[in-house]
Design a protein around this ligand. Sequence first.
Ligand code: NAD
Length: 477
Amino acid sequence: MSAQQDFRQFIQGEWVESPKTRANINPSDPTEIVGVAAEASIEQVDQAVLAAQAALPSWSRSTPQQRFDVLDFIGTEILARKQELGTLLAREEGKILPEAIGEVARAAYIFKFFAGEALRIGGQAIASVRPNMEVITSREAVGVVGLITPWNFPIAIPAWKAAPALACGNTVVLKPSELTPGCAWALAEIISRSGLPKGAFNLVMGDGVAGKALVEHPAINAISFTGSTGTGKLIAQHCALTMKKYQLEMGGKNPLVILDDADLNIAVECAVNGAFFSTGQRCTASSRTIITAGIYDAFKSAILERTRGLKVGAAIEASSQIGPVVDQRQLDKNLGYIAIGVAEGGNLLVGGERLPGTGYFFSPALIENHNPNARLNQEEVFGPVSTLVKAQNFEEALQIANATPYGLSAGICTTSLKYATQFRRDMQAGMIMVNAPTAGVDYHVPFGGSKASSYGPREQGGMAMEFYTRVKTHYLA
Ligand code: NAD
C-alpha cells in the first residue's frame, strides 16, 4: 500500500494512484483521517472502461463454475473479515458497529447468493408454431457495466451490483461515493485475489465528475445507479439518448401507518427503528409516521419517551445507538430542514439539534405536522427526522401515505388482516412491511420501488439477472 494513497484505484488488474487525492474523514471525529483516496482523472476512467471492454470476451465466455468459484471466494473472505471490515465501515460512514458488521455480512451473503445464481442462468425451450422448428431462448452478458453507488451502504450496494453483474459474465467499472472509498477499496482488494481475469473488475474513485465520465463513456453498455433522484434523472437523460441500458434506485419519503388497533409497543419500535436507526440515512427510512386519531395521543407520548432515551454517539462506542451524520453538508441539510419544518408551522417535539462533540452528532427529531403537503412531508431529508401526521381513519391514512412523488418502501402497524391486506394491495410502493420497520430487508429477494424512487428492472434476488443479461432467441430448423 502506498504511504500517500491508502485507497488506490484498481484498473486492468493494477493498483493505480492519481494526481488528485481526497481525505476520507471519520464523521464520529472529523480530525481523524481514515485514509487518503485517489481521485480519478477522466483519462483513468477511460482506461478503466477500456480495460473492462478488453476483458469482456474472456469473462463473458467463462463457465458457470468459474463464476461460482470467484464469487464464492469473495463472499467467504468478506464474511471471515466482517469484524475488521465492519470497523472500517463504521469509521468512514458513521453507522454504529453492530449495523456496520451486519452490512458487511449482508455483502458476503449477497456474493454467495449470486455464486449460486451463476449456476442457474438458463433459457427456455418453447414449442414453435411451425413444423420442424425448435425455439430456444438464452441469456447473455450485457457487456461493460458501470456501477455508481452512494455512501450510505458502502459495501452492500457495491456488492449487490457487482455480484450479479459478474455472475452474468459482464465486466465492471465501479465508481463508489467519494465519501466512502475505503469499503470499495477493501472489496476491490479481495476481488483482486479471487481469480477474476485482469480488467474484469475495475475500481475508479472520485465524485460526480468521475461518475459522469463513466456514464458518458461510449464503451459503456449499461449503468446501474443508486443515489439521489436528482442525479438519477441526469443519468437517465444521457442513457436514454445514447440507448444504454440503465437501472436507477433513488430516494424515498417512506410512510409508516399506525392504526388504532396496532400493538403500541410494536408500533413504537417500528417507528423508532425505521426513522432513526442507521442515523435515518437509509433510502427505506420511514420519515413520515401517519397515525389514526384513536391511538394518536398514546403513540405520541410513547414515541417521545423512547426517542428521548436514544443514545447518540461515536460509531464504534458500544453504548451508541445512533451514530453521527455522514458529513457537515448532510448535517447542515438536516438542520436546514428542521428550520423549514418549524417555519411552515410544524411543532418540533424533540431533537433536531447539533449535539456537543467533535463528530457530526445530531439528535433524532420528531416534528408534528398534519399537513400532508408540507415540505417536510414531501421532500427527502435523508437524516433522523420524522414527522407525525394525524389521520382520521385507515382510508385517510392510506391516501396521505400515497401522496408523495416517491414509492420505495411503506409500512403498516395493525392487528387487522382486512386493513393489512388492503394496504398491501393499494399502497404504491415497491416494498410493503406489516408490523415491521420499513427498513431491514432480506438479501435474497427483489429490492426496489415505484414512482420517482426506482426505474428499470429490480435489483437483488433472482430478478437482478434481468438487468445484467440480454435475451437471445434461437430458431433451429
Ligand atoms: P448522490 O446522487 O449525490 O450520489 C450518488 C453517486 O452518484 C455518488 O457516487 C456520486 O459521486 C455520483 N454522482 C453524482 N453526480 C453524478 C453525475 N452527474 N453523474 C454520475 N454520477 C454522479 O447520492 P448520495 O448523497 O451519495 O446518496 C443518498 C441518496 O441515495 C438518497 O437520495 C438515498 O435515498 C439514495 N439511496 C437510494 C437507495 C435505493 O436503493 N433506492 C439506496 C441507498 C441510497
